[in-house]
Design a protein. Structure first.
Length: 115
């Protein structure tokens, strides 16, 4: 079982990044998927969630209107499109897949927003 995030990096304020989460070793389409982030010295925060079929999404207030979560079950991949990035978005971003008692995490990808 693996979740592998990619797409992080250094971006200037106002810029965009697209994170990807590639799933393998389990039936991705059965799982709700979320993106979390953790900034230095802070607790891990839920950023966005998407239902297994992609019909329902939810966002933390601080990213509403700027971030979009999506998924392609045929490709076993989830995404987080991040626009209008702010310095306070700097964090390690983690992908999570959850279904019943199964709870999987990726290793994280660093996003740094700085001029």
């Amino acid at each position: 079982v693996q979740l592998v995030e990619s797409g992080g990096g250094l971006v200037q304020p106002g810029g965009s990044l697209r994170l990807s989460c590639a799933a393998s070793g389990f039936t991705f389409s059965r799982f709700d998927m979320s993106w979390y982030r953790q900034a230095p010295g802070k607790e891990r925060e839920l950023v966005a969630t998407i239902s297994r079929a992609g019909v329902s999404t939810n966002y933390v207030d601080s990213v509403k209107g700027r971030f979009t979560i999506s998924r392609d079950n045929a490709k076993n991949t989830g995404y987080l499109q991040m626009n209008s990035l702010k310095p306070e978005d700097t964090a390690v971003y983690y992908c999570n897949a959850i279904w019943e008692r199964f709870d999987y995490w990726g290793q994280g990808t660093q996003v740094t927003v700085s001029s």
